[in-house]
Design a protein around this ligand. Structure first.
Ligand code: COA
Length: 169
């Protein structure tokens, strides 16, 4: 397994991985029309190419046996009021392919995310996680994140509540 910074040459691979992992995670527990709206808006080669070219977004790609199996994205964007720690950056997306859950990939990726965030000058890592995503919330708690509040994430037409969690770096 290797973890590397992705480049714009990875746009098609990232688009496919991001779309698939998002759908696998949330399709069963959400409205199909909202899912279709969100997928069309967020995932595709143009969207991921733009993200990979954006200097304010760092994308890490995990590969095993030549296939992309997980990715994470960190960005310096807005910061919710509930995040009060110094020098915050957002862990925007963090997804592992289903067949690799529970096998340590997520831990390795999180260690690398924290190291990269520190290198960017961050001292606080924050994220939003859907309140009903119990597995992810348990994983983040294991990684030292604490629940500090909530914000709204518009999923298609559905305003959903995300828990906001932070970890000191
Ligand atoms: C979230 C994610 C990265 C975690 O990686 P992982 O390899 O599954 O994590 P782990 O198995 O190490 O840890 C998950 C923990 O949740 C627990 N868990 C599993 N299913 C659970 C459930 N339904 N409810 C509560 N806890 C659960 C596990 O037991 C484990 O804790 P333990 O190690 O103490 O037993 C991965 O599951 C994933 O990519 N999920 C889909 C995408 C996603 O939700 N991303 C986050 C978006 S904010």
């Amino acid at each position: 397994m290797t973890i590397r910074r992705a480049t714009v040459a990875d746009a098609a691979v990232l688009a496919d991985l991001a779309r698939t992992t998002f759908h696998d995670t949330f399709a069963a527990t959400n409205d199909a029309a909202d899912m279709a709206l969100h997928l069309a808006k967020a995932y595709g080669v143009p969207q991921q190419a733009a993200e990979l070219e954006d200097p304010g977004i760092l994308t890490l790609l995990v590969e095993a046996d030549g296939a992309a199996i997980a990715y994470a994205q960190v960005r310096g964007d807005h910061v919710p009021h509930s995040v009060t720690g110094p020098a915050p950056v957002e862990l925007w997306r963090f997804y592992v392919s289903q067949g690799w859950h529970g096998r340590g990939v997520a831990q390795s990726l999180m260690e690398r995310v924290k190291a990269e965030a520190l290198q960017l000058g961050a001292k606080t890592l924050w994220l939003g996680v859907w309140e009903k995503n119990d597995r992810a919330r348990a994983f983040y708690a294991k990684c030292g994140f604490a629940d500090v509040g909530e914000h709204i994430f518009l999923f298609g037409t559905d305003p959903q509540t995300d828990r906001v969690m932070t970890a000191s770096l």
